[in-house]
Design a protein around this ligand. Structure first.
Ligand code: ZN
Length: 94
């Protein structure tokens, strides 16, 4: 259950508060995502994604699935992989 938490920024927020210091930024919902990049926050409690420049800020009061602004949680590792495979299948059928 210690899967990595994936976050996206479809809404273009400059800053997203998340409830974990270990996260993966995918930028936007696949297939518009950027390379999935794993980050770990240090003592500073925040991290900029080097691809989409979103600033992620650690907020201990938030549960892992919740973000502020909301709806930036993109799921855990397994569910993301499933979504990506579905996307590739659709492209092949075209
Ligand atoms: Zn990003």
């Amino acid at each position: 259950m210690a899967g990595k938490n994936y976050f996206k920024n479809d809404i273009g927020a400059k800053e997203i508060k998340i409830g974990t210091k270990h996260f993966v930024c995918i930028g936007e919902t696949p297939p518009m995502d950027h390379p999935h990049t794993y980050y770990t926050m240090g003592d500073e409690n925040h991290k900029h994604c080097t691809y989409c420049y979103t600033k992620f800020v650690y907020e201990p009061a938030l549960s892992p699935e919740y973000t502020n602004p909301p709806n930036c949680f993109a799921g855990y590792l397994d569910s993301i992989n499933e979504q990506m495979h579905e996307g590739y299948d659709k492209d092949n059928n075209d």
